[in-house]
Structure formats: C-alpha cells, structure tokens
Write a protein that binds this ligand. Structure first.
Ligand SMILES: Nc1ncnc2c1ncn2[C@@H]1O[C@H](COP(=O)(O)OP(=O)(O)OP(=O)(O)O)[C@@H](O)[C@H]1O
Ligand SMILES: [Mg+2]
Length: 457
C-alpha cells in the first residue's frame, strides 16, 4: 500500500529534519523551507497532510493553509506554533486548519497520532464524496426514461443548466414530467445536498400562498398564531420549485420579481428584510406567453423566470419512448403487486403506439398500473389496457406494421420499425413529414431506415 504523503513546512532546519526523521518510516515525507516553495509543491501534486509552522518569513502558515484549502484536492492542514494558546487555536481553525499543535509540548507519538487521525478523516471524506456522487447520478437523469431526439435534447439542457444558479422555466402539457425534470436539475446541481422545496401554487389562495412562500409573523393576519418560516427560507442554499406558476396572483408576482432581482423579501407582517440563497425552478402547463398578452402574467417576471426555458414534448411526439416507458412501469407495478409479468403483448404495444395520450406519461403510468392489476397471464395484452387506450387501436394499422407487430417476441426495435413503416405509409413516403410524425429528426430517421434496411419505403 502507498504511504500517505506529508508536506512539512518550517523555516528552521532542525525542526524540519527532526520531523522528517520521526515520520519517514510511515509516511512519504516532503519538506519545504518557506510558504512559497510549499505552494509550488502543493500545486504540483495533491498531498494528504500539510504540517506547517505558523510564523515564517514571507507567506505565513495561515495564508499557506488558506491557499492549500482552495486547491481541488486539499490536504488535511495541521498548524504548528511555538507558543500555543486557546485563541490561537480557535483562530487557526477559523482560517481552515483542521488541527493545531503547540510545538513546545510536541511529542512525536502525539504528532503521529494526530496525523493518523487526519489521514483517516481524509479517507472518510473522499469515501463520502464518492457515495454522494453515486447518489446524485442515481436520482439525476437515470430515472427519466426516453431515447427520442426530443428527450435527448432535454437531457442535454438539463446537464448544461444544472450547475448554474439561473432560473429555469419548465413548460409542457400536463403529465409530461415537469416535476421529475425539476428534481433532476436539483439533484445534478451543486445544491443537491441542500433542500429541494416544492410549492404547488394553484392549491392555495393568494393570502395563504404569500405566507407559504415568504412566511409570516405572529398576528400578521387572522389565524396567524405563530411566527412561521416560509418556503424561501426553508429552501435556503437549495432549490425552490414553484409548480403551476401560471396561477399566481399579481401581488405575489411582484414579490417574486423582487426576489429574483434583489434576493430579498419580507415575511408577511414584518418589516425586516430577509435574504435567501435560493435557485428557482418554475413549471406550468399554461401558455405563459398568452397569459402575458392577456395581462394575467407580468412580462418582466416572465423574462426573469425563463433565463433557461425547456419545453417537454407531449408523449405522442416521443415515438417509441412510449414502449420504453410502458416496460418500465410494467416492471415497477409487477414488482409492487408481486406478479411475474414479463412483457407487453404485440397487440398491447400497438394500442400504446396508436393512442394519443392526452394525459401524457402520467396517463401511461396509470394505464400500466391498471393493466398489471388486471393481467392474469405473464404478458400484458390488449384486453388488460383501460378501454380509453384500447379503443383507438382497431383497424388503423397498416398491414406491414401488423406483420412486424405480429411477432411473438417483439422488441423495442420491432416496435420502432413498425412505427416507421406506418408513418411513412401515412405520409405517402415523405420522410420529413414521417420523421415529424414519429418525433424523430430527419437524420435519425435516415439512419434508422438504413439500420432496418427500409430504404425502399
Ligand atoms: N421521462 C419519464 N420517465 C419516467 N417517468 C416519467 C417520465 N416523465 C414523467 N414520468 C412520470 O409520470 C408522472 C407524471 O410526471 P410529473 O408529475 O413530473 O409531470 P408534470 O408535468 O409535473 O405533470 P402536471 O402538469 O400534471 O403537474 C410521474 O409519475 C413521473 O414519475
Ligand atoms: Mg407537476
């Protein structure tokens, strides 16, 4: 195993050499005689531990620690001083030192113990960091299903905007996954460990919404028996997700606008100005531009909110994502209901592909739950689907699509192929129109035609 690396910085040679001799059995020891050369070494390579004197000519110990802590993989920093005092220790810690040792009383075994402890802390920290990144990806985009170009584009935007603090406006019909995307943005952002607070704006009256968001003082209005912290304060350091933002009333729009400009607000019934470090994500299934035109939504707020704007496409424009999503929900509900249902029967797939899905992914989820509960065999058939979904599938399908879909071991590729064939027939071979109908880019359609050997269509 590799020895942990220790950098010793002291302007007095006897101290440096003494420490080196005492530590080099167990550690990989480097030495520097002043702060400047120490910084150079630290910038070249990450060290596990920095052991530095406080008073040195040039760059002092505290400044050195500050620099070291600003590095990508900072070392554990231990400060040594000739004369120890409580205040000095407190000050050192405040500047970023992890530990503090008074040289006068320094025993080598004591020092070794402190270093060992520091190294252990370092290891734990990097383990935690690793665990955290695992958790992050788990709840990031991993559980957002989709391979259609429209969704690929959404994934790209999410990854781009997640690290920033810019406000995001998520648009899309009901049930398209706006809340899911808001969560993914938060979970992939540096704020992931801080709270994500959600407020459903439409569910509350204007007065209640205002106090919900900004909090209130005791006695601010009838029924305000206690002081209450608002959602903005709760979300401090994290993200506030305002769902159905299109529903909020003018007075609150003004307050939101102010928050976005100045990051300040007041609790209801208080004149004390509060601040909060909050990232806003807003969502709506309304056409906000129209609401602005009608005078229902402030234009200035609209522009502030949509620093980044995303439009989640309706499910009917996501091509074979329907099948992917259906399989995922099938597995989920089969597990939940302790049933072994392995697949979707081709006739069910066909119905799923034909349905318009006005309720989008949420409707699909409910349909699959329904189907799993009713299903008696080990595959979901047309019969198991809710009547609303089943109804539209009769007779619409082209014989070619039927031929492919009739295969017993239908794969997503088969379903996709069938979809392409059908769309091309319906669009009289016009590839641009067919691509648009399936929710694919022309280029993707081209590639798929090649893959599936369908050039002649
Ligand atoms: N791409 C997806 N992958 C997996 N599950 C999804 C996806 N999109 C939506 N869902 C699921 O569909 C359901 C509806 O999603 P969500 O609540 O995020 O939609 P919404 O756009 O906020 O709806 P509404 O406008 O009604 O508030 C949830 O159960 C969600 O987990
Ligand atoms: Mg929602």
């Amino acid at each position: 195993m590799l020895k942990p690396t220790v950098l010793i910085v002291d302007d007095e040679k006897p101290t440096r050499e003494g420490l080196r001799a005492a530590l080099e059995d167990r550690y990989d020891v480097y030495i520097a005689e002043d702060g400047t050369s120490a910084i150079r070494l630290l910038e070249e390579d990450p060290f596990d531990v920095l052991l530095t004197d406080l008073r040195m000519p040039g760059v002092g110990g505290l400044d050195l620690i500050k620099r070291a802590k600003s590095l990508g993989m900072p070392p554990i920093c231990i400060l040594m001083t000739a004369y120890g005092s409580e205040e000095m220790a407190v000050d050192a810690m405040r500047q970023g030192a992890d530990d503090y040792i008074a040289k006068g009383r320094l025993q080598i075994d004591e020092l070794e113990m402190r270093i060992a402890r520091a190294v252990r802390t370092q290891e734990l920290e990097s383990e935690n960091r690793e665990l955290r990144t695992q958790v992050d990806t788990k709840f990031g985009l991993e559980n957002v299903i989709g391979q259609s170009p429209a969704m690929e584009e959404i994934f790209e935007i999410v990854q781009q905007v997640a690290p920033a603090r810019a406000s995001v406006l998520v648009l899309g019909e009901s049930g398209t996954g706006k809340e899911l995307i808001a969560k993914a943005i938060h979970n992939l952002s540096p704020r992931a460990k801080q709270p994500l607070v959600t407020v459903h704006c439409a569910a509350l009256s204007p007065t209640l919404l205002e106090s919900e968001l900004f909090g209130h003082e005791k006695g601010a209005f009838t029924g305000a028996h206690e002081r209450r912290i608002g959602r903005f304060e709760q979300a401090n350091g994290g993200t506030l997700f305002l769902d159905e933002i299109g529903e909020i009333d003018q007075a609150i729009q003004v307050k939101l606008l102010r928050f976005l400009g100045e990051r300040t607000f007041e609790r209801v019934g208080s004149s004390t100005t509060q601040t909060a470090d909050v990232r806003l994500i807003a969502a709506t299934n309304r056409n906000l531009e129209e609401e602005v035109a009608k005078g229902n939504f402030r234009e200035d707020l609209f522009f502030r909110l949509r620093v980044v704007e995303m439009y989640l496409p309706p499910l009917r424009e996501r091509g074979t994502d329907v099948v992917l999503l259906a399989k995922a929900f099938l597995n989920e509900y089969a597990r939940e209901n302790s049933k072994t249902i392995e697949e979707l029967h081709p006739d069910a797939i066909e119905a799923l592909l034909n349905h318009e899905w006005p309720g989008n992914v949420r409707e699909l989820r409910t349909a699959l739950e329904h189907a799993v509960v009713l299903c008696r065999g080990n595959s979901i058939t047309l019969r198991d689907l809710p009547p609303s979904v089943r109804g539209e599938s009769s007779g619409m399908t082209h014989p070619d699509a039927k031929a492919v879909l009739g295969k017993p071991d239908l794969t997503v590729e088969d379903a996709e192929k069938a979809l392409i064939i059908r769309a091309l027939k319906e669009c009289q071979g016009n590839r641009t129109k067919a691509a648009a109908k399936i929710g694919m880019s022309r280029r993707t359609l081209h590639r798929k035609l090649h893959t599936y050997n369908l050039h002649d269509l």
